[in-house]
Design a protein around this ligand. Structure first.
Ligand code: ZN
Ligand code: FE
Length: 272
């Protein structure tokens, strides 16, 4: 479990990533009294954290139906029966109390937080993400599940390259200082691949050094910031000449559409 944030901008809100399984993160937002959690694939690490800090669980936010994101809901609800589960309308989520779709707003007055729901299909067909401008609009953050990873993106299990690219474009349009709270620690392996795609990207090179140092000390690399991802994540750079040229060379094809470039990059990463 971790705390890597400048807490000042979050105005009393704590944003923490609890480790689960091998490389999952379960995000917790709390104000020392009330808490909400995101994608609890496992119950025990979350229950441990909530009990240790004497927090009352108010809500469980779910981005998509995969077991490593929903597997802990049942056991957590047994301990916190009043916690409300919010999940995507277009997917089957166990114990879901409120279904959400694109443009929905949810409010948590006890945490002084409000979220806007974004449909982000691609990894799964009904995947959603939760965007908040933060307490008093001071520090935006995004719970994006398995859609965007630092220097990577989710695999296309249920969606098309066109859908995933449109989902990533939606995220790319958020404020550049948005904290990106991803559900997996994949950053280092993503960077090693991205350095092959864009070896001359100096921000990527610098980020590589930082991430190597963080991982050597077993620290999380998340949350990332959207601005960094826009500068260094190949999947958000499919219109950049460097990236297009690299994807064309990899695919040995013309790749006339943006989504063709995206699909070639996704293929490249899958085979890396
Ligand atoms: Zn998933
Ligand atoms: Fe996952």
């Amino acid at each position: 479990m971790i705390n890597v944030l400048e807490q000042s901008a979050l105005k009393g809100l704590e944003l923490r990533a609890v480790c689960a399984f091998k490389d999952n993160y379960i995000w917790i937002a709390h104000n020392d009294t009330h808490a909400l959690i995101v994608d609890p694939g496992q119950a025990d690490p979350v229950l441990h954290y909530l009990q240790k800090h004497a927090l009352e669980l108010h809500a469980i936010l779910i981005t998509h139906h995969h077991a490593d994101h929903v597997g802990g809901i049942e056991a957590i609800k047994q301990v916190y029966p009043n916690a409300t589960v919010y999940g995507p309308a277009r997917e089957n989520i166990p114990h879901c109390d409120h279904t959400l779709e694109d443009g929905d707003d949810i409010e948590f007055p006890v945490l002084q937080l409000q979220f806007q729901v974004l449909d982000v299909p691609g990894h799964t067909a009904g995947h959603i993400a939760f965007f908040s401008t933060g307490p008093d609009g001071a520090q935006p953050f995004l719970f994006c599940g398995d859609t965007l990873f630092s220097i990577g993106c989710g695999r296309l299990f249920e969606g098309t390259p066109e859908q995933m690219l449109a989902s990533l474009d939606k995220i790319a349009a958020l404020p550049a200082d948005t904290l990106i709270c991803c559900a997996h620690e994949y950053t280092l392996s993503n960077i090693l691949w991205a350095l092959e795609v864009e070896p001359t990207n100096t921000q990527l090179q610098q980020y590589h050094q930082q991430v190597v140092a963080q991982r050597a000390q077993d620290q999380p690399t998340l949350p990332s910031r959207l601005g960094l991802e826009l500068d260094a994540n190949p999947f958000l750079r499919t219109r950049e000449p460097n990236i297009i040229a690299a994807a064309r060379q990899y695919a040995d094809a013309d790749l006339t559409q943006d989504s063709d470039v995206f699909a070639a990059l996704r293929q490249w990463k899958n085979n890396h």
